[in-house]
Design a binder for this molecule. Structure first.
Ligand code: ADX
Length: 216
C-alpha cells in the first residue's frame, strides 16, 4: 500500500509527511460517511456519469457527503494536458486515484466516472486504499448499445476516422477496454434502470458499513 508506481517516480526530495490533528473519525462524524471510493468503469456512453450523478444526489439529499469526479470534466482542468494515448490514460487514472484518495480521506464518498480501460491501472488505484475503501463497479452495456446511444457523436466520429485510415484511439473502436474480472459490483446498465443501479450501490454502502446514520 502507498507505494509509488514506477511509471510515476517521486522526483521531490527532502519532503516530510505531516500528520493531521483532525482524525478520519472526526471528519466522518461531520460528513456521515466513511472514506470510500465508488470507482465506476465502463465504455463511453454506458451510463457511468448518469449513475454517478444520481447516487451523488441520493447521498447528499439523505445527509451523506459525496462528490463526483467525471472524466470529461476533469479533462477540462486538472488533466487537460493529457491525450487518449495509453500512457496518458494511465496518468489520467493515476492522478484521479490520488485525488479520490484525498476526497475519501476528507470523509467523502468519492464517486469516479472514468472509462479507466486498463486493468493494471485500476489495480494500481485499488492498491492505494485499505481493504474495503475501494469499490470497483463495472457499468456494463454492450458496445452496440453504447454506440447506438452515441450521446456525443464520438462513436460516429471514431468510425469515420478509422474508415479514413486515421484512427482516433477511441475505446471499443480502435482502443481496448479490459473489463473487470472480479468487480465488487456488476451493473447491467442496458437493462437495469438508473434508479435500480443507484439502489444496488446504496444497498452495498449500507451493508458494508460505509455510511453513518444521518443526523436527525
Ligand atoms: S480514460 O480512458 O482516460 O479513463 P476518460 O474517462 O478520462 O477516459 O474520458 C472519456 C471521455 O472522453 C469519453 O466519455 C468521451 O466523451 C471522451 N473521449 C474523447 N476522445 C476519446 C477517446 N479517444 N476514447 C475514449 N473517450 C474519448
Amino acid at each position: 500500500m502507498n507505494e509509488i508506481p514506477n511509471h510515476a517516480p517521486n522526483k521531490s526530495l527532502d519532503i516530510v509527511w505531516h500528520a493531521h490533528t483532525v482524525t478520519r473519525e472526526d471528519r466522518s462524524a461531520v460528513t456521515r460517511a466513511r472514506p470510500t471510493v465508488l470507482w465506476l468503469t465502463g465504455l463511453s456512453g454506458c451510463g457511468k456519469s448518469t449513475i454517478a450523478t444520481a447516487i451523488e444526489h441520493r447521498l447528499l439529499t439523505t445527509g451523506h457527503a459525496a462528490y463526483v469526479l467525471d472524466g470529461d470534466n476533469v479533462r477540462h482542468g486538472l488533466n487537460r494536458n493529457l491525450t487518449f494515448s495509453p500512457a496518458d490514460r494511465t496518468e489520467n487514472i493515476r492522478r484521479i486515484g490520488e485525488v479520490a484518495k484525498l476526497f475519501a480521506d476528507a470523509g467523502l464518498i468519492a464517486i469516479t466516472s472514468f472509462i479507466s480501460p486498463y486493468r493494471a491501472d485500476r489495480q494500481l488505484v485499488r492498491d492505494l486504499f485499505p481493504a474495503g475503501e475501494f469499490i470497483e463497479i463495472f457499468v456494463d452495456a454492450p458496445l452496440e448499445v453504447c454506440e447506438s446511444r452515441d450521446p456525443k457523436g464520438l462513436y460516429k466520429k471514431a468510425r469515420a476516422a478509422v474508415a479514413q485510415g486515421k484512427g482516433m484511439m477511441f475505446t471499443g473502436i480502435d482502443a481496448p477496454y479490459e473489463a473487470p474480472t472480479s468487480p465488487e459490483i456488476h451493473l447491467h446498465s442496458d437493462t437495469q434502470p438508473t434508479a435500480a443501479c443507484v439502489d444496488i450501490l446504496l444497498n452495498y454502502l449500507h451493508t458494508h458499513d460505509r455510511l453513518l446514520p444521518a443526523k436527525g
